[in-house]
Ligand binder design. Structure first.
Ligand SMILES: [Zn+2]
Length: 252
């Protein structure tokens, strides 16, 4: 009779139950970034990355709306999402971690800083909001307000499917976040923000636009220094925030 063993793939420990292994991973390899099978994964092409960036952008933006029904917790699932694409997009982030026993990766972006990181990962400036110019309202991913910071969580998991006694392995990307909506006033107030890193040459994203901003200001500023001036609409909130108070933010 053979006994099941559950070896830790990150060190030499072996456990007799999966539960013990998982508890070991949680304590000894809490923020693990090492991926034992990394060498067998192919690097995706820029074209493939661009395709999946678009998929994420479109799904995020389609969850944003302009009324009270389109606010609150959101959960998006993108099926058949390649592991190598998830790694290429998120592996360099501070919060990136891998849990081998669960074949699971996680990356959490938080607050306004997280929003900027998301824009740069997806090479798209407007991913966190959608505007309705006729009604001057916008729907947006809530990352920060007067009450604090909120999280946008990306999780990749391996999923097993069985067909004709054969195992088919695929990946699932889940995204959890909170949305809100509000009115905005485009008051043409000049603001100075750190420069947005534009990818050079053919790295330009197909959805990447800067028409929201004062293009002439960007053009005149971008040659000589790393500060750009553009007109940023100022937003006022039209809905109360009390409903977000009870939302668990997965804080430990
Ligand atoms: Zn270990």
């Amino acid at each position: 009779m053979t006994t099941c063993t559950f070896p830790c793939l990150l060190c030499s420990k072996i456990y007799d139950t999966k539960k013990k292994l998982q508890s070991h991973e949680r304590t000894k390899h809490k923020n693990n970034k090492s991926i034992p099978h990394y060498h067998i994964l192919d690097k995706p092409s820029e074209e493939i990355l661009s395709f999946y960036r678009d998929a994420i952008i479109i799904r995020l933006k389609s969850s944003l709306g302009f009324n009270r029904h389109s606010i609150g917790k959101k959960h998006i699932v993108i099926d058949a999402f390649p592991e190598s694409v998830f790694l290429s997009l998120f592996e360099n982030e501070n919060s990136f971690k891998y849990i081998p026993s669960q074949r699971k990766y996680q990356c959490i972006l938080e607050g306004a800083v997280g929003g900027e990181i998301l824009k740069s990962i997806l090479k798209y400036d407007q991913v966190i909001f959608r505007e309705n110019k006729n009604t001057s309202t916008k729907g947006y991913i809530l990352l920060e307000d007067n009450d604090g910071q909120y999280k946008l969580t990306f999780i990749w998991r391996q999923k097993e499917w069985k067909e004709n006694d054969r195992l088919f392995l695929t990946g699932i990307l889940s995204i959890n976040f909170i949305t809100n909506s509000g009115g905005f006033i485009n008051d043409e107030e000049n603001q100075i923000l750190p420069s947005v890193q534009e990818s050079s040459s053919n790295g330009n994203h197909i959805l990447h636009t800067i028409n929201k901003y004062n293009v002439s200001s960007i053009l005149t500023q971008s040659n000589n220094n790393n500060v750009q001036i553009y007109n940023k609409p100022r937003y006022r909130y039209i809905l109360p925030y009390s409903q977000f108070k009870n939302i668990s933010l997965n804080n430990k």
